[in-house]
Design a protein around this ligand. Structure first.
Ligand code: TYD
Length: 214
């Protein structure tokens, strides 16, 4: 959110339910930025640092389900390390950061999915990264049935074993946030890969033009 600081990089996040194809599109976002001469750091949550990756293992372990409160606090603990050691330094050095998931996921998964109060998540977000919010968020939207079909092909982590009701709430949570926040662009992730990729590229190029005109 300090995008007006000269030479500061921009922070772009990818969001959406599991099985939306975020990882493929995160790579495309980074390639598009590099083609426009930007220096890019790609990263993901939970994770992105040594401690963050250890917390990721705890968070995604299907053998050790956590209390929703614990899960929320650990997401923010990993995020605090990530913001301090990776995201902020990169942005301050003029690099563009492409991050696969950030606090919008906590609102959707822990908030809408698990029932943690939105106000508690807002407080933790302000405590953890008050001055570091994404400048652009691409939310890949897929209906739960499409997501479930795509996930059948891989080994499932703790979150990916949740029931349909959980996924419906998570998806609706993302769409509600997108309706509230102008920085979030919703892209239909259920179309053919080339169609989704074109929409992602268009959104990124539109954003680059906007930053250059500012
Ligand atoms: P992700 O790395 O996107 O999963 P995958 O590698 O399987 O594509 O995210 C891991 C899981 O963590 C995903 O199910 C969503 C969940 N998550 C939350 O519940 N809250 C959060 O704040 C974040 C960042 C992720």
């Amino acid at each position: 959110m300090r995008a007006s600081v000269p030479n500061r990089g921009r922070f772009i996040t990818l969001e959406g339910p599991d099985g939306a194809g975020k990882s493929t599109q995160a790579q495309l976002v980074a390639d598009t930025l590099r083609a426009h001469g930007k220096e890019v750091v790609t990263t993901r949550e939970p994770g992105g640092t040594a401690v963050g990756n250890r917390l990721r293992q705890v968070l995604l372990d299907p053998q050790t389900p956590l209390q929703p409160t614990t899960e929320t606090l650990l997401m923010f603990a990993a995020r605090a390390e990530h913001v301090a050691h990776v995201i902020e330094p990169a942005l301050a050095a003029g690099r563009w950061v492409v991050c696969d998931r950030f606090t919008d996921s906590t609102f959707a998964y822990q908030g809408d999915g698990r029932g943690i109060a939105k106000g508690a998540i807002e407080t933790l977000a302000a405590f953890t990264h008050a001055h570091c919010w994404p400048d652009l968020t691409l939310c890949l939207d897929v209906p739960p049935a499409t997501a479930a079909g795509r996930m059948q092909e891989r080994t499932l982590d703790g979150f990916e074993r949740e029931d349909d009701g959980f996924y419906r709430r998570v998806r609706e949570g993302f769409l509600k946030q997108a309706a509230r926040e102008a920085r979030i662009v919703v892209i239909d992730g259920s179309s053919a890969l080339e169609v989704v990729s074109k929409a992602v590229q268009h959104a990124v190029e539109t954003f680059i033009r906007r930053t250059e005109a500012a």
